[in-house]
Design a protein around this ligand. Structure first.
Ligand code: UD1
Length: 420
């Protein structure tokens, strides 16, 4: 089981590079199934979610080669993946649905899994596919989607990131024009559309709530570098803000991070954009109010790391989680370190200024894992973060090493030294 040991750390300082965004890479990998030609992707982050997605592509029939940080995907023919449990392990596996149906006319897959942060149904994906003319059957934990797709008007009841991505990919090869209203506007969706456009897709309105896709007969191969990870950058920014650091996050796209930079600035951190990325200086001192929303609102993926920052400000912070129904699991673990947090339904009240003390805590989901590492930086003594499900490695590329490069006392324990 992965375990991380974090000690009370000095003010972080120095420079660290931001990795490529997991949430951009996963849909782009799925989109590689839309063409029988070769796709070349650069700057792949070393994450288990990426490895799992590559395995899923292989089990769909694609040839996958990795050279350094490049991935070459060649899907000469494709079919539904073998039943190997990977789809159940990773929610983003549902993203192969749109490409498979659009190109092969059918897809069977087990209902996807993911973090235990809520029910996370896929009804919006399936409803959208039905609007595009597909037939959907669910049976015994499996979903079977078949049919020839034709353009349609689709209204999403909620701007789901994954559903928007699946439907844009499906619509790219559908006959006729598709209009997706109330689409999600996340930068990762605009990036997926950038990749699809490089493959020959015709898409207007990417990054807005109204996306129009004119289906084409076939897509061709492409070469692409996905965007930097705004959530990883935000997590490192929280580490700087907690320790009164002075750091440069090289390559960070501040235009994708507005909401969280406003929050940090309001709290007293100096955030400056320059040609190399994002510079942060100072400490978060003032309490915060944050309501998680779809982009460009405050990201739900930043809620747990920001809550740790809030524990070290002076006063009462209020966080409202509106995207997922069960995303306060880190609170119990933060309380083990001495944080004072009260949860009322989707609302969390954080009493700042309480000293934290190192303890043995357990990561319950991906962002909770990162949040506990951050808490360790400002806890007296040592904090041991156990991550039995390997959540951290799913979405952060060696976070402990990046923190250590900035001067933090953070290590991943070697197998032999691990306790249990
Ligand atoms: C993506 C991100 C994840 C982020 C989330 C919200 C990836 C790989 N993951 O997840 O990091 O936390 O966006 O920003 O990009 N919902 C439904 N029915 C559906 C689909 C979604 O009810 O068919 C609900 C979900 O249960 C959840 C909410 O909508 O409560 C948001 O989900 P969605 O935007 O789809 O998130 P993901 O694409 O799963």
């Amino acid at each position: 089981m992965p375990q991380y040991q974090i000690g009370l750390s000095p003010k972080l300082s120095g420079e660290v590079g931001v990795s490529t965004a997991k949430n951009a890479v996963l849909p782009i990998l799925a989109a590689a199934l839309l063409t029988q030609e070769e796709v070349l992707l650069h700057q792949m982050p070393k994450l288990t979610d990426v490895d799992n997605m590559l395995s899923i592509l292989r089990s769909c029939g694609a040839e996958v080669k990795q050279e350094g940080r490049d991935a070459v995907i060649h899907a000469r023919w494709i079919a539904s993946p073998d039943e190997n449990g990977l789809e159940r392990a990773m929610r983003a596996s549902v993203l192969i649905l749109g490409p498979l149906v659009a190109r092969a006319g059918e897809c069977s897959l087990s209902m996807p899994g993911g973090c235990a942060i809520g029910q996370r149904p896929i009804d919006l994906h399936l409803k959208g596919m039905q609007r595009l003319g597909a037939k959907v059957e669910t049976q015994g934990g499996m979903v079977h989607v078949t049919g020839e797709l034709r353009g349609a008007n689709i209204y999403l009841d909620f701007p789901s990131v994954g559903a928007t991505e699946n439907l844009v990919m499906a619509a790219s090869l559908a006959r006729g024009v598709t209009r997706i209203e109330n689409a999600a506007k996340e930068p990762e969706i605009a990036d997926l559309c950038g990749f699809l456009t490089a493959m020959g897709a015709r898409i207007a309105g990417a990054g807005t709530a109204n996306i129009i896709v004119e289906g084409v007969e076939r897509l061709h191969g492409a070469e692409y570098t996905p965007i930097p990870d705004r959530i990883e950058a935000g997590t490192l920014a929280c580490a700087a803000a907690l320790t009164e650091g002075s750091v440069l996050l090289e390559g960070a796209r501040t235009d994708h991070m507005r909401a969280l930079l406003f929050k940090l600035t309001e709290s007293g951190v100096i955030c400056q954009e320059d040609a190399r990325g994002l510079r942060l200086r100072g400490k978060a001192r003032h309490p915060m109010e944050a309501r998680t929303l779809s982009y460009p609102g405050f990201p739900t993926d930043m809620q747990a790391p920001f809550m740790v920052v809030a524990t070290q400000t002076h006063g009462l912070s209020v966080f409202l989680e509106t995207i997922f129904e069960n995303r306060f699991m880190h609170v119990v673990e933060l309380k083990r370190l001495g944080a004072r947090i009260r949860v009322e339904g989707q609302l969390a009240l954080i009493e700042g200024g309480r000293p934290l003390n190192g303890a043995h805590v357990t990561a319950t989901d991906l962002r909770a894992a990162a949040a506990l590492m951050l808490a360790g930086l400002v806890s007296q003594g040592q904090t041991l973060v156990s991550d039995p499900a390997g959540h951290l490695m799913r979405g952060y590329e060696r976070l402990e090493e990046k923190l250590a490069r900035l001067g933090a006392d953070a290590v991943k324990l070697p197998q032999a030294a691990r306790t249990n």
